[in-house]
Design a binder for this molecule. Structure first.
Ligand code: PAF
Length: 289
């Protein structure tokens, strides 16, 4: 076990040590809840730990900055890695086990990932970050195989990622229950994200506009045609100082295909991606129900 000065946290770096520790719990019928993360933890992650604590006997959190899901090497290089702070937060929130492998541990066999998630991995985030969801699928499958959780918790902020993981679990018949937990927002509405640390104070304050634009779209859902709502939102995003909007689309919650008539759609979600300065932000809002 690495020499972290935390008394109650069990920190493991290898799959075998983690497996050995978890085996007796699994054998005795204890439920294992799992929160996979890339670290740089914030209140959004803590809400996942809390949800997992409520519904399971033991909570495992993984911290692994997964190189295969980064399409931009600069983004990978500057991804925040405040390990000691993360471990202190996890201990404070009574997480039981932390799995913190090195890249070599997860990718030792270097097996190529060939699974195709279909259209889901080619639209929105998949289009703007080519290969991203293949990397996510590859690592989440390996993490699920290492932890063998009964239940795993993800943030709704990564809406498309959650659909990809649902498909992963269904395609590979993995016995894991999945929950998407609500987005946790800062006081001005900005969705919590590990990448928010890259925003200047001014950018952070301006980024609150994204939530305002999403909320306004929700209010106007039945008042204007979808194409007009999307156009207005893109125009308003472009007015945020330093912003370059990438997309704002109203889609369904199953395969993310375009909604033309919200009246006949069971669930409508607005997905948005925008760069503010050098930082790329994504957000979403369920507009209906
Ligand atoms: O959402 C994340 O933090 C990551 O994409 C995940 C699910 C931990 C996989 O690396």
């Amino acid at each position: 076990m690495p020499p972290y000065p935390f008394s109650k946290l069990n920190v493991f770096k290898t799959k075998s040590a983690l497996g050995e520790y978890l085996a007796p719990f699994r054998k005795s019928g204890k439920r294992i809840g799992f929160v996979p993360t890339m670290g740089a933890l914030h209140a959004g992650h803590i809400s996942l730990i809390q949800a997992a604590k409520k519904e399971n006997d033991l909570v495992v959190c993984s911290i692994f900055v997964n190189p295969t899901q980064f399409n931009d090497p600069e983004d990978l290089k500057k991804y925040p890695r405040p390990v000691e702070k993360d471990l202190a937060l996890l201990e404070e929130h009574h997480c039981d086990v932390v799995f913190m492998p090195e890249v070599e541990e997860m990718y030792a066999d270097n097996a190529p990932w060939t699974h195709d998630f279909g259209l889901l991995e080619r639209v929105f985030e998949g289009k703007f970050r080519a290969g991203h969801f293949r990397g996510v699928g590859q690592i989440v499958k390996m993490l699920f195989e290492s932890v063998e959780p009964h239940h795993a918790y993800f943030g709704q902020k990564d809406f498309q990622q959650f659909l990809v993981i649902k498909k992963l679990v269904s395609d590979f018949h993995m016995p894991v229950e999945l929950t998407a937990c609500p987005i946790v927002r800062e006081a001005n509405g900005l969705a919590m994200s590990s990448r928010n640390v890259h925003l200047s104070l001014e950018e952070r304050s301006n980024a609150g506009q994204i939530f305002r634009i999403l909320s306004q779209t929700r209010e106007n859902l039945y008042l204007f045609p979808v194409a007009e709502l999307e156009k207005t939102a893109m125009e308003q995003l472009a007015l945020i100082p330093g912003a370059s909007p990438e997309y704002f689309n109203i889609v369904n919650n199953t395969d993310l295909s375009a909604v033309t008539n919200p009246e006949t759609e069971a669930v409508c979600v607005a997905l948005v991606a925008v760069r503010i300065g050098k930082t790329r932000l994504i957000d979403n809002m369920i507009l209906k129900p």
